[in-house]
Design a protein around this ligand. Structure first.
Ligand SMILES: [Zn+2]
Ligand SMILES: [Zn+2]
Length: 314
């Protein structure tokens, strides 16, 4: 299972209930953190994501609301004695930002920190999970991220297993999880013989800050979950265009056209208070839309089902 934890769902100015942008994805002992808005360290702690986890940080762009929390997070990890190395990926300006933070505010870390200047393409891989960056249309260089979860084994077919003389039990389990087995008479049975073809990979897409654009549309095509910024409602479509953002309606349209299964709207302006206007605009266009809030979690299972847990559910 993959767990998505929203650590910050606000845009530009944090409010009492909504922190600056930061989204954590947990998978197989890893924490992948997307953006690190101001005070992400306390959100990270409240969400109990763990100090010494295998971790990578992916920054969409170097606007302040997405990176102000990075030095604080590194400081916290150091004061608490983190030892595992930490890789940070993002636009090239990030290297200078971290370097200056380290040299001017005495931010030495107890662990190895490496900042990688990246462009579009695959940048991270662990087992069957990979992260790909794509360029979006904001102000200055900005990236979105696609998290791809490959599924190597299709649905197990018991009738086929019986037909081939495989006895029910541990051998079925092994075949269902993609292994080959050997029967007592020496016959080798491959997982492919008793499973459906591998289904398409699962996909989570994070837009970062962007106007609706072709690259985002391409990445979002068929996505299980699209986490898209919705800084404005259509009333302020002119501001969205001018400042390189998306409206809720535009995000919903993009989700509809890209055949997305679930749209999560985030990074909305504090002018919308509780975000009712934002989600109210999206749902008539794309009914499977939800509004992110801080500490909301989404569980994505390998069969593609997604369960949304509000902060009070856990
Ligand atoms: Zn922003
Ligand atoms: Zn921005």
């Amino acid at each position: 299972m993959i767990e998505i934890v929203f650590l910050g769902s606000g845009g530009s100015i944090p409010t009492e209930k909504r922190n600056h942008p930061a989204i954590a994805i947990r998978y197989e002992g890893w924490v992948l953190l997307f953006d690190a808005g101001e005070d992400v360290q306390r959100q990270y702690e409240k969400a109990q994501l763990g100090l010494n986890k295998k971790m990578a940080i992916f920054v969409t762009h170097v606007h302040a609301d997405h990176v102000l929390g990075l030095p604080g997070l590194l400081l916290r990890f150091s004061l608490l004695g983190r030892t595992k190395p930490l890789n940070i990926y993002g636009p090239k300006e990030l290297i200078e930002y971290v370097k200056v933070s380290q040299s001017t505010i005495n931010l030495g870390t107890t662990f190895e920190t490496t900042v990688h200047a990246i462009g579009p393409g695959e940048i991270f891989h662990h087992q069957d999970l990979s992260v790909r960056a794509f360029e979006v249309d904001h102000r200055g260089y900005a990236l979105g991220y696609e998290i791809i979860w490959t599924r190597t084994t299709g649905k197990f077919l018991p009738s086929k297993a019986k037909e081939l003389g495989v006895p029910q039990g541990p051998l079925w389990k092994a075949l269902a999880s993609g292994e080959s087995v050997e029967l007592e008479d020496g016959t080798r049975i491959s997982s492919k013989d008793v499973t459906e073809p591998s289904p398409n990979p699962l996909k989570i897409v994070y837009s970062g800050d962007t106007r609706p654009c072709d690259e985002l549309k391409k990445a979002a095509s068929g996505a299980n979950i699209l986490i898209c910024e919705a800084m404005y409602t259509s009333e302020h479509a002119d501001l969205a265009e001018e400042r390189g953002h998306s409206t809720a309606a535009a995000a919903a349209n993009l989700a509809k056209e890209s055949d997305v299964k679930l749209l999560v709207l985030t990074h909305y302006s504090p002018r919308y208070y509780d975000g009712e206007d934002v989600i109210g605009e999206a749902i008539p266009v794309f009914s499977n839309s939800v509004l992110a809030c801080d500490f909301m979690r989404i569980h994505l299972s390998k069969d593609g089902s997604a369960v949304i847990m509000s902060p009070i559910d856990h």
